[in-house]
Design a protein around this ligand. Structure first.
Ligand SMILES: *[C@@H]1O[C@H](CO)[C@@H](O)[C@H](O)[C@H]1NC(C)=O
Ligand SMILES: *[C@@H]1O[C@H](CO)[C@@H](O)[C@H](O)[C@H]1NC(C)=O
Ligand SMILES: *[C@@H]1O[C@H](CO)[C@@H](O)[C@H](O)[C@H]1NC(C)=O
Ligand SMILES: *[C@@H]1O[C@H](CO)[C@@H](O)[C@H](O)[C@H]1NC(C)=O
Ligand SMILES: *[C@@H]1O[C@H](CO)[C@@H](O)[C@H](O)[C@H]1NC(C)=O
Ligand SMILES: *[C@@H]1O[C@H](CO)[C@@H](O)[C@H](O)[C@H]1NC(C)=O
Length: 455
């Protein structure tokens, strides 16, 4: 486990405000607002449900929109919940470790003779390094409680929405909308606070399956709701056209229940990504990006990435036509490649998923041929220094500040030849293809905020 000295406090969660629930619509009509008119009279608005009028159609449209909003919110909640519960596990382990260390320290202080001065000092230093983590851990636990609460509210709201679909006139749409807006804002704050951060650790590898050749690519969609767990599998690194689509992760593990897609254009490399129901990949012997839509089994758009090297001109260290690498993070689609103009240094570009146009590019300054692989989390590009044993995450480029830093994040390269490494923001997991094995890693992200003064 690595601890960053800068890791101090997470933002305060704030206690979520409670909202009153809606009354059941059993009355024929209802008074729903009251106010004081200038002449002192009390104003009341009565709503009398009228069946089959235009206002009902309008309301029905508004409700549909609200329902969709709540569905969106609950989808994001699901992702957030998955991530937070995993982080909480990490926090709990850390806590146990600290407590253990503290006990050892106390024991050592009681019988100093059993320990030499140097190792005692080391223990004390280690402890001092860990102490600032305590408030972070406490904060994390309260954040998790907040998510549980938010989840309950979303569930309640979905329930209310469902219930009023039959009894529309009797409800106060404005109030309902306010509640949804409030929820949205709180979810947004929650995502900002917990959803994104800096990569601080990679878990042990989990081998999902051993299958295929040395080089290949596999993935799940980076955007669909978690009920859709289809797995895509593309064996080989050049001239391939066969994509296998497994119904679930379990089917992938056992190798059954799949359909086949035959791509109209062959692929190059392993830098493909599935995003919102489409496969984005590099067409063989070209710098053309192709968007293939699975459901309609058709190419929706293809476009050249201006100046991008291809045909093994600027691959990653392992070769294999890996000149162009598509990836998706929390904020959308990216392409990683390089050009002659950038002298072979990695360029990371934001790409419009509809048109495949490059929206903006950053020159990271890191030579692409010296990179094992690259992936992007929360707008930060992470680069490994090798595809072989001993590889580590060595370099990080921050697109938000156009700056870089060298990192030293180890991970276990179990089968010693990684030909694909991609982050899945929905699952917060790294997908890799390692020497004919399909392997995933959990990642730990921390959102660091600066505190004034020292702790
Ligand atoms: C729900 O999410 C989808 C996809 O992100 C978006 O296109 C749609 O506008 C959202 N709906 C509402 C009502 O916010
Ligand atoms: C990764 O996360 C999953 C889901 O939270 C968990 O079941 C699994 O044990 C984790 N694996 C490792 C190696 O941390
Ligand atoms: C959800 O609804 C239940 C039952 O109506 C209520 O007890 C609970 O307090 C509500 N929770 C939230 C967070 O609004
Ligand atoms: C840039 O992104 C990194 C990683 O996500 C984050 O740690 C950092 O605080 C961000 N910087 C700014 C100025 O937003
Ligand atoms: C996802 O695809 C749907 C239709 O297939 C589209 O309406 C939506 O805008 C897409 N979302 C993104 C973020 O591209
Ligand atoms: C790709 O490279 C091979 C040999 O490395 C060469 O024969 C072929 O003509 C090149 N194709 C293109 C389109 O550049």
């Amino acid at each position: 486990m690595r601890l960053l000295p800068g890791l101090l406090l997470l933002l305060s969660a704030g206690s979520p405000a409670m909202q009153t629930l809606f009354q059941s619509p059993d009355e024929g009509w209802q008074v729903y607002t009251s106010a004081q008119a200038p002449d002192g009279k009390c104003l009341c608005t009565a709503v009398i449900p009228v069946q089959g009028t235009c206002s009902r159609d309008l309301r029905s449209h508004q409700l549909r929109q609200l329902t969709e909003k709540v569905q969106n919110i609950s989808q994001s909640m699901e992702v957030l919940d998955l991530r937070t519960s995993r982080d909480l596990q990490y926090v709990r382990n850390t806590e146990a470790l600290m407590k253990g260390l503290d006990t050892r320290l106390r024991a050592a202080a009681d019988s100093q003779r059993s320990l030499n001065a140097k190792s005692f000092q080391e223990l004390k230093d280690k402890m001092r390094e860990l102490l600032p983590l305590i408030p972070v851990l406490d904060q994390y636990k309260s954040d998790t409680r907040m998510i549980v609460h938010l989840k309950e509210e979303v569930r309640n709201l979905s329930g209310s929405l469902l219930a009023i679909q039959e009894e529309m006139g009797a409800y106060d749409y404005e109030e309902l909308q306010q509640r949804v807006l409030l929820l949205e804002a709180r979810l947004h704050a929650c995502v900002q606070k917990l959803g994104c951060g800096k990569l601080t650790g990679v878990s042990n590898p989990i081998t999902i399956r051993a299958s295929g050749s040395r080089f290949g690519s596999w993935m799940t969609d980076t955007m669909t709701p978690s009920a859709d767990s289809r797995v895509w599998y593309m064996d080989g690194y050049y001239k391939g056209r066969r994509v296998l689509e497994f119904r679930t992760l379990n089917d992938f593990v056992t190798g059954q229940n799949f359909v086949q897609h035959l791509l109209p254009h062959p692929w190059a490399g392993t830098g493909h990504v599935v995003f919102n129901g489409s496969l984005y990949y590099n067409k063989y012997q070209s710098n053309v990006a192709v968007k293939y839509h699975f459901r309609s089994r058709s190419v929706l758009v293809q476009r050249s990435l201006p100046g991008a090297g291809y045909n093994n001109t600027f691959p990653y260290s392992w070769g294999g036509f890996s000149d162009i690498d598509f990836m998706v993070d929390e904020s959308g689609l990216w392409a990683v490649y390089t050009t002659n103009q950038n002298a072979g240094n990695i360029v990371v570009s934001r790409v419009d998923p509809q048109t495949l146009e490059v929206l903006r590019s950053w020159d990271t300054g890191y030579p692409k041929r010296s990179a094992g692989e690259a992936f992007i989390i929360c707008g930060t590009l992470y680069v490994t220094n090798s595809h072989l044993a001993g590889a580590k995450i060595y370099f990080a480029y921050y697109t938000n500040t156009s700056s870089y830093e060298y990192t030293d994040i180890p991970f276990h390269n179990q089968y010693s030849h990684i030909s694909m490494l991609d982050y899945n923001p929905r699952e917060r997991v790294l997908y890799t293809w390692n020497n004919g094995h399909q392997v995933i890693y959990n990642v730990t992200l921390f959102h660091v905020i600066k505190t004034s003064g020292e702790l």
